[in-house]
Design a protein around this ligand. Structure first.
Ligand code: 13P
Length: 340
């Protein structure tokens, strides 16, 4: 029996033109982002920044879901409306990051395992009461040109992702399953494709073994892209072809949507790559975005912590959301970046 509620929430997040805003930076991560614009990270500055994002008019046409951090799910607008309520009243599904971060994997130097399964059922129960209808768990897969990741680290991370996803579905929460093969390093696009393929194949084997319903989840993978230090960078066309080859082979058609992470790509590249991937469609799943940095970096640069810049920051944000909405249809061109 398919859980209709889970699949309808998943589908609404990736409805036409729509994707996900990842605004779930933990307190240490948002501090790093604020440091780049000389803003002190306090509970109030974090609240105000998120309020600017969530209250931007028009984004509801392009944003189907917003991932929040624990603190943000408990915060409210200036006039006291809880953020989860604000988002749902505007047609955007509130979600929550539930992992506790990637830690060193014991006896596997340089590799990571994501923590956070202990007590997860209880935390999910509370988050649902606070309004969250979907969740996110990020597994971090380190990569080099030779021997990393190991088979075991892939297996351990896939197992954790499936444990998390099963708990979510038990509690009527849509899991976003995020195995991220990092962009750091000098590896080629071919190496990224081999590693990502192994990872996604293993993730779906674990999800299936643990009885997770593919219809009631979303996959959040990296695109197939060369490492940032690779001497041979690739065209959007090549990135799109490799990405779709990998996804077509390893992502079941029952999954309603693939929402790519941006992972350190510039805002423009992330949009262009999503566009190129959609040009190759139609695909069996909706192909969309779940961007953090690629949606927010231009907004932070426009805001700089100044109230007088709020209008400009919201305009910048709406434009990025719009352009990614257009990229979902394969109709984006770079010239749109400079057009009003
Ligand atoms: P980026 O798009 O900045 O990679 O963030 C997405 C995310 O949610 C990472 O977990």
């Amino acid at each position: 029996m398919i859980n209709d509620n889970l699949s309808s929430v998943a589908k609404s997040i990736v409805a036409k033109h729509k994707g996900v805003l990842a605004a779930d930076e933990s307190s240490p991560t948002i501090k790093k982002r604020f440091d780049t614009i000389n803003v002190t990270s306090t509970e109030e500055s974090r609240r105000r920044y998120r309020e600017i994002l969530f209250s931007t008019e028009g984004i509801e046409n392009y944003i189907g879901g917003v991932i929040l951090f624990d603190e943000t799910l408990r915060q409210a607008t200036q006039d006291g409306t809880p953020f989860a309520e604000l988002l749902s009243s505007r047609g955007m599904v509130p979600g929550i990051k539930v992992d506790k971060g990637a830690k060193p994997l014991a006896l596997f130097p340089e590799e990571k395992i994501t923590e956070g399964l202990d007590g997860l059922r209880e935390r999910l129960t509370e988050y649902r009461q606070l309004g969250a209808r979907f969740a996110k768990w990020r597994a971090v897969i380190e990569i080099n040109e030779h021997d990393i990741p190991t088979r075991f680290s892939i297996r351990a991370n896939a197992h954790g992702l499936a444990r998390y996803a099963a708990l979510c579905q038990e509690l009527d929460i849509v899991p976003i399953v995020e195995p991220e093969v990092l962009m750091d390093g000098a590896h080629s696009i071919e190496r990224c494709e081999v590693v990502t393929s192994m990872v996604i194949e293993e993730v779906f084997a674990e999800l299936d073994a643990q009885r997770v319903q593919f219809e009631g989840m979303l996959l959040k993978p990296n695109m197939i892209i060369p490492g940032m230090k690779c001497v041979r960078q690739e065209s959007a066309q090549r990135i799109a072809e490799a990405t779709i080859r990998c996804m077509t082979r390893y992502v079941p058609a029952a999954v309603p949507g693939i929402v790519f992470l941006s992972g350190g790509q510039s805002a423009e590249d992330a949009t262009e790559h999503l566009n190129a991937i959609n040009i190759l469609g139609p695909h069996p799943w909706q192909v969309s975005f779940s961007y953090g940095r690629a949606l927010q970096a231009p907004v932070l640069a426009a805001w700089k912590g100044q109230e007088s810049n709020v209008d400009a920051a919201q305009k910048t944000f709406l434009k990025r959301c719009q352009l990614n909405g257009i990229a979902r249809e394969g109709k984006y061109v770079r010239a749109m970046e400079t057009a009003n």
